[in-house]
Structures are given as C-alpha cells and as structure tokens.
Design a binder for this molecule. Structure first.
Ligand code: NAD
Length: 479
C-alpha cells in the first residue's frame, strides 16, 4: 500500500519516540511510511532523529523521516498525529507545585483526591490544554481526515475537551491498564486463559471482569491477598498490589488498575508517612516527594544516556546500532533500565506495548487489535453521561473503533463515589479553560480539603498567574 504520514509532536521524548519507530519497523504493512519528528527542543530532536534513523537501518525498513520544529508542517497531510508534548516540561510542573506548597497545598494545587498523579495537571496547566486544543484546531484546518492520538496528559480532560469542541477523529492513549498483567503474573495464571475488562476514566479504571478458564477469578485474587501480607515495592511505581490498592478494592469491590491506584482518596496521601504506609517503604509511591524525585532523577539520567549514546552513534556512522549498543555496554556507559529498553527495541519479535502503532495498523491495514482506549462514552458505560471520555476495551479495525459491552457493569460505589467526583473536577477545569471564568478555578480550590480561607485561594492563583510563562493564562482569567 501507499505509505502513510505520521506526525509525532513532542518527539524529543526519546524513549517514547524510539519505541514508536521500532514498532513501525516491526509492522511490515506500515513500510513506506513517513514520520515527522517535531519538537521545540532542537538538541533533543537531533538526537532522536539520529537514533530513529539508526533503528530503521537496523531493521532494513523503508521509513522516511522529516525533522521539524514547525507544527503546521507536522500536521499538514498527516494521516495520524500523535501528541506527546508537555509544554513547560517538568521544570514548570515543579515551579507550579512549589507555589502550591507555599500556600499549604501539599504536592501542589493540581493534586486532588482521585487525581494524585504528579504530572497530570488539570487547572494550572493552561498552556498544556491550550496547546492540545490548538493542535486539534490545526488538524481540523489542515488535515481534517487525520486521527489525533493524544498521549500527553491530562488525557481525560484533553480527550473530553477536544471530542466535545472540535469535529476531528481522536483517541486518548495510556498504558495504565497493563496493571492487569501484573495481577495475572502475580497470581501465576496463564494469560491465554484469562478474560478481563477494565472500565472507567483515564487513570480511574477498575477490573470489572476477571475470569480464568471461564470462571470468576476474583476468588483467586482474594486468596492471594490473604496469603501475601508483606509488601515490598521494587520501585516507586510498583503499586498494583500495594496496601492502598487492596484497601481501595475492599471499599469499591472491584480492583483498581494501573494509575488508578495512585488516584486514590486523601486517606493514603495526607502526608509522606501515610504514603509510605500505603504505597510501601522507602518511597511512599510515585507521587510522594521522594518517589517523584526518584522518577525525575531517572528521567534526567535517561536523557543524559541518550545524549551520550547519540554522540557515539554520530561518531561511528558506519556501525550498526546493535553493534554500538553492545560496545557501549562493555564500556559500561549504559545502565539497567535503559539497557532493557534498548534490548526490547532491537528485538524484532517484541513490540513496545504502546498502543499507537497497533491502532494505526488496525485502521490502515485492517489488522484487528484489542486495545484499551479513551473515547467518548457513546452508550458504553450507561451509568455515566455521554459527553465524557471513558477508558474502555475496544476492537479496532478498518471500520473504526468497536467498544466491547462492559459486563459486569461498574457498581454504584465506583460510579457515584469515585467516577462522578472525578468527572465533576474535569468539567470544572474544562469550563474554566473555555470561558476564562476564574471563579471556577477558585471554586475548585474552595472545595479542596487543604483550603482554610478564601485569601489562600486568591493568593495561590495570583502567584501562579504571575509566573512569566503564564502570561496568556493570566490574560485569559483576569480579563
Ligand atoms: P518531557 O518533558 O520529557 O518530554 C516532552 C517533550 O515535549 C519534550 O521533548 C519537549 O521539548 C516537548 N515540547 C514541549 N513543548 C512543546 C511544544 N510547544 N511543541 C512541541 N514539543 C514540545 O515529558 P515526558 O515525561 O516525556 O511526558 C510527556 C507527556 O506524556 C506528559 O504529559 C506526561 O504526563 C505524558 N505521559 C503519558 C503517558 C501515557 O501512557 N499516556 C505515559 C507517560 C507520560
């Protein structure tokens, strides 16, 4: 077939881009495609371009690259646009978090019950929402038939916002549902005999169906819980079977999956000691001050390793990537996590697990894929309104996305006491973004358990909007 054009916005996120490029190389029917790598950080972009080209050479694939800092060029004539950009980067997140903490909001004002993920900003991220909104408007204008694949957070808010406001085709993607695999593995089950479903919102999904060999598998999980009281996480993100997850399960009666475990109530997040108790020592989970620092250190380590590796590749243009990788390993330049990542990328039989390329392949080549996607709730979870994006299992083929029937249904506790409060905060954030009514941001914070006075709310918002990078946000809300 004719090659397609895929634009990746925020392509400087190196590991992510390398995973996608390798997945395309391992999907023969996508041979002949053109990938536009777009980022505003030219140094990162150059490194990714070099490594991506080497991956293509390694697999002998026919993939062309365009490298650009221009958004229009990325979107024009694209069939698929992947948005993974984080405007302001981690630096902005930490600046905004520090302002929140100064005014008594532990872990920042965006950290809320049922939304504790530390790079998932819903109200102080005006620039991020605005950027994604503009990307969607540009798609409507320049490539109205293209699909937008939204990977940058906040996926729930952005997927709902764009699907409501802009008539383009879009999905939100996240890999949180792979938490199910950890449960299957821990219980020692054969994956091929497990039938499962998850449903809810992004970062707010539960295991509504869990069967083994055609029978309810929840009793096996209950037994495992009874027999395994010790919890020792291998890293801050290893929380799928943490005491917090089990405690949520006991309350909601269905097991929380993936980032949902992080997105719990304040019960587990009041302070660092509570976090440690519920998410394990020594970190207290990914979203404690210690766990998040661990993540940031890992990210900057990976960024440095990638820079070093790109330099090595540049200086040895005649050598294959696999050869250079083995040399770098002997020279001890690469470390654990990154080594595992590169081995997977170079393994022709393993896909990354990211859903982007299987989705594209299913749409373009009719190679059916079972995925878990964020899409508008058109008669999928009947207990929830239709104008919100839900994260649900679907089958994708050339005719589009076919959601599975969600059965057993989500129960009342999950729908009313977990998803509804989360949805209302999403709605408030989106209405604030669309109308510029600062009273909505204020109301969001007035309802926050950490707020003790109206002046606290006014002051934190004022200081946030006075940041130089928030001029547009200030203009929007303070008109
Ligand atoms: P990062 O800051 O390391 O990388 C993001 C990239 O976006 C950078 O290369 C940056 O230069 C680029 N960028 C910033 N502003 C841009 C702009 N205006 N135009 C184009 N590019 C721009 O961040 P990260 O840790 O890789 O996270 C990226 C996003 O992905 C975040 O929103 C994060 O929450 C999200 N994320 C999603 C998933 C998922 O499964 N959906 C998983 C992990 C992270």
């Amino acid at each position: 077939m004719m090659g397609i054009k895929i634009g990746i916005i925020g392509a400087g996120s190196a590991v992510f881009s390398m995973r996608l490029v390798a997945d395309i190389c391992k999907t023969p029917k996508l041979n002949g495609s053109t990938i536009v790598l777009m980022d505003i950080d030219e140094e990162r972009l150059n490194a990714v371009h070099l490594l991506a080209s080497k991956i293509v050479e390694e697999f002998g694939s026919d993939i062309k690259f365009i490298k650009t800092t221009n958004l229009e060029e990325t979107i024009k004539d694209s069939d698929f646009v992947i948005n993974t950009a984080m405007v302001g980067g981690h630096e902005y997140l930490e600046k905004a978090r520090a302002i929140g903490e100064k005014y008594g909001y532990y872990r920042g004002i965006d950290t809320q019950e049922f939304n504790m993920v530390s790079d998932y900003y819903t109200i102080s991220n005006f620039n991020q929402l605005n950027f994604a909104f503009n990307v969607a408007k540009l798609i409507e204008k320049l490539s109205p038939n293209a699909w937008l694949i939204q990977g940058a957070n906040p996926v729930f808010e952005i997927t709902t916002l764009i699907s409501r406001e802009i008539p383009i085709k879009m999905i939100g993607v996240c890999h949180g549902h792979y938490g199910v695999m950890e449960i299957i593995e821990k219980l020692g089950l054969d994956y091929n005999l497990v039938d499962w479903q998850v449903a809810g919102f992004n970062h707010a999904i539960c295991l509504n169906k869990f069967e083994y060999n055609g029978e309810d598998a929840y009793p096996l999980l209950d037994k495992w819980i009874d027999e395994n009281k010790e919890f020792k996480p291998r890293d801050p993100f290893n929380d799928q079977l943490s005491p917090a997850a089990i405690d949520m399960y006991k309350f909601y009666k269905m097991f929380p999956i993936g980032d949902t475990v992080r997105n719990s109530s304040w019960k587990y997040h009041y302070n660092l000691e509570e976090k440690k108790k519920w998410y394990g020592y020594p970190w207290g989970g990914a979203d404690s001050e210690i766990g998040w620092k661990w993540y940031q250190n890992m990210l900057s380590e990976v960024t440095n390793i990638i820079k070093g590796f790109a330099k090595l590749v540049y200086e040895n243009k005649d050598k294959k990537l696999s050869e250079l990788f083995e040399n770098a390993l002997t020279g001890n330049n690469l470390e654990g996590h990154f080594e595992e990542e590169i081995r997977k990328i170079l393994d022709p039989n393993q896909l990354s697990g990211e859903q982007h390329i299987p989705f594209i392949n299913a749409i373009v080549n009719d190679e059916k894929a079972k995925l878990v996607l964020n899409i508008m709730n058109t008669n999928i979870i009947n207990e929830l309104p239709g104008d919100v994006a839900v994260e649900v299992p679907v089958l994708v083929d050339k005719n589009g996305i076919h959601p599975e029937e969600i059965y057993p249904k989500l129960n009342k506790r999950i729908v009313r006491y977990y998803l509804y409060p989360r949805m209302i905060r999403m709605d408030m954030a989106l209405e604030a973004f669309l109308t510029g009514d600062v009273k909505l941001l204020e109301e969001f914070l007035i309802r926050d358990r950490r707020t003790t006075s109206y002046s606290q709310v006014k002051n934190v918002l004022e200081e946030l909007m006075n940041l130089p990078e928030n001029q547009e946000m200030k203009k929007h809300y303070m008109k």
